[in-house]
Design a protein around this ligand. Structure first.
Ligand code: BU6
Length: 80
């Protein structure tokens, strides 16, 4: 599917970052511990490891990555 603006309302299933890394699940604290959990942000669609924008980052959709060397990265989802 596609994203509108910064992707805050995107609920699609892209789960790979711009550099090809796999996203970490939002309900996981490994390899990266974080505060952007489904419990803390129940209305941000933080399902599985899908790219999301729970903090309204103007650059758009992102996710924590499963690479210990890269905390988070932006995702490429085409604009609608
Ligand atoms: O480390 S975190 O758990 N996650 C985090 C850190 N940077 N980001 C970026 C994600 C993309 N948008 C800019 C912030 C997210 C984190 C740290 C702080 Cl100080 C505040 C919120 C938060 F969650």
């Amino acid at each position: 599917s596609c994203r509108v603006g910064d992707g805050a309302s995107y609920r699609g299933t892209v789960s790979v970052t711009r550099t090809g890394k796999t996203c970490q699940r939002w309900d996981s604290q490994t390899p990266h511990s974080h505060t952007r959990t489904p419990e803390n942000f129940p209305s941000s669609g933080l399902e599985q490891n899908y790219c999301r924008n729970p903090d309204g980052d103007p650059e758009g959709l992102w996710c924590y990555t499963t690479d210990p060397g890269s905390r988070w990265e932006y995702c490429n989802v085409p604009p609608c």
